[in-house]
Design a protein around this ligand. Structure first.
Ligand code: PLP
Length: 416
């Protein structure tokens, strides 16, 4: 196999010495390929983010719930944040214990809440109504609350989850009502949490948002933990030389704040963070086959079998994924702008617009990089296309299939 553009997979030996054409032959395309070494490295970075000793990074499993990856994340010592009974179920299937999980749902039903209570998973509520419901279901219990610190951040308005324009979190002006409800149902508020948004590359808003969450923390005496949220960004534009988030600088600033808070609060409560993307995005490439090249009017199209049902981020958030192209034989081609499209019957099925790429041919392979977060977990069978298989490249280059591709039977499984 030859790489026409992009050096990331070559530099990192991402495919562990395996030929992508062989993997495609064996497992079919589209195919999510994961790299264990990258996954473990990102976990370690989060684990060692600060020197403050009562610090537990959680992985927000919504980003990717494959239980083989969850097992690795757990082995690396990260706890997990879950958003639904389904995520509680999957986390537990992978070996997570109740005390390693934190349930952070939004607008849940009584049944959802009961599922968490019955499984002894610490639950955070994010409205007064949900606090009341929790109190009725688990009087005398322990509870956490998600507050809205008033500062939001993120790469797209759809991922800003704090500030004035979002459904998330309890506004701190309702703290007197919160206290009344805690008393009415004899609840102990053991934790508070926030998540200001996703994909920040500048740590400033994250650090700024700590002031208000810690100010809220000071108003409650029995806290065991404060969860500061996720949102840590990754460089999606590696081919343009984008810098990484400065984890060291972020860690140092965080450390100062945590130590200072512990001193003023009088006890070293636990601090948590909840990154999803940072842990899993870079360990995966979405690999597909080039199926046709064509020109329609002024636009040159590169058609492939990766539809937006397999990777939604480009159409959902206008997201950029670097693209690598692979050929069986060495070939030199000139680079031009191509619009990269998939196989879904929608004109919006566009993976990249006017991307300068070497000219491909049918039968070549394509990889959309940094696809591990919100890739498979947001996939669907729209157009009744199969959700793809997933393989994991181990530390020694071995290939393990960690999910089968859907089959025709899957398409009718729940039909009565
Ligand atoms: C409450 C909460 N925590 C954590 C995350 C993880 O965010 P990210 O993957 O950007 O780190 C999200 C993502 O939307 C979230 O809603």
């Amino acid at each position: 196999m030859y790489t026409l553009n992009g050096t990331f997979t070559q530099q990192t030996n991402f495919y562990g010495g395996n030929d992508i054409f062989d993997l495609a032959e064996q497992y079919g395309t589209p195919l999510y390929v994961y790299n264990e070494a990258v996954l473990r490295e990102r976990c370690k970075e989060m684990k060692n983010l600060v020197t403050y000793d009562n610090f537990v990074p959680h992985y927000s499993i919504k980003a990717n719930t494959n239980i083989h990856l969850l097992k690795i994340v757990r082995e690396e010592g990260l706890h997990a944040d879950v958003m639904s009974p389904g995520e509680i179920f999957l986390a537990m299937q992978s070996g997570y214990k109740a005390e390693e999980l934190f349930f952070i749902p939004n607008n849940v039903t009584k049944e959802d809440m009961l599922y968490a209570i019955e499984h002894n998973v610490t639950t955070s509520v994010d409205s007064l109504d949900q606090l009341k419901l929790y109190g009725m279901l688990n009087p005398g219990g322990k509870v956490a609350i998600r507050f809205n610190p008033g500062v939001g951040a993120g790469h797209h308005e759809k991922v800003v989850t704090a500030g004035k324009k979002t459904k998330f979190g309890v506004n701190p002006e309702y703290i007197p009502e919160v206290k009344k409800l805690l008393e009415t149902y004899s609840l102990t508020l053991v934790g508070i949490n926030q998540h200001i948004g996703s994909l920040f590359m500048d740590p400033t808003p994250y650090i700024q948002s700590l002031d208000s969450i810690l100010e809220i923390a000071r108003q409650f005496d029995d806290l065991e933990f404060v969860d500061l949220g996720g949102g840590f960004g990754i460089p999606y534009h590696k081919q343009d030389g984008e810098n990484r988030l400065d984890i060291k600088a972020l860690g140092q600033k965080l450390d100062e704040v945590l130590h200072a808070f512990a001193k003023s609060y009088g006890k070293k409560i636990q601090f948590q963070i909840e990154p999803g993307r940072y842990i899993v995005a870079e360990c995966s490439a979405m690999v597909g086959s080039v199926t046709s090249m064509k020109t329609n009017g002024p636009v040159k199209y590169l058609g492939c079998d990766v539809g937006f049902n397999n990777l939604q981020r480009p159409i959902m958030y206008d997201s950029h994924h670097d693209i690598e192209l692979y050929t069986k034989e060495e070939r030199s081609t000139k680079a031009e702008p191509f619009t990269v499209v998939g196989n879904i019957c929608e004109s919006g099925d566009i993976l990249a617009k006017d991307r300068v790429l070497p000219e491909a041919q049918s039968g070549d392979m394509i990889a959309l990089m940094d696809a591990g977060a919100y890739g498979y977990s947001m996939s669907s069978s729209y157009n009744q296309r199969f959700r793809p298989a997933e393989v994991l490249i181990g530390l020694d280059g071995s290939v393990k299939q960690i999910r089968k591709r859907d089959t025709f039977e899957d398409l009718i499984r729940n039909m009565l």
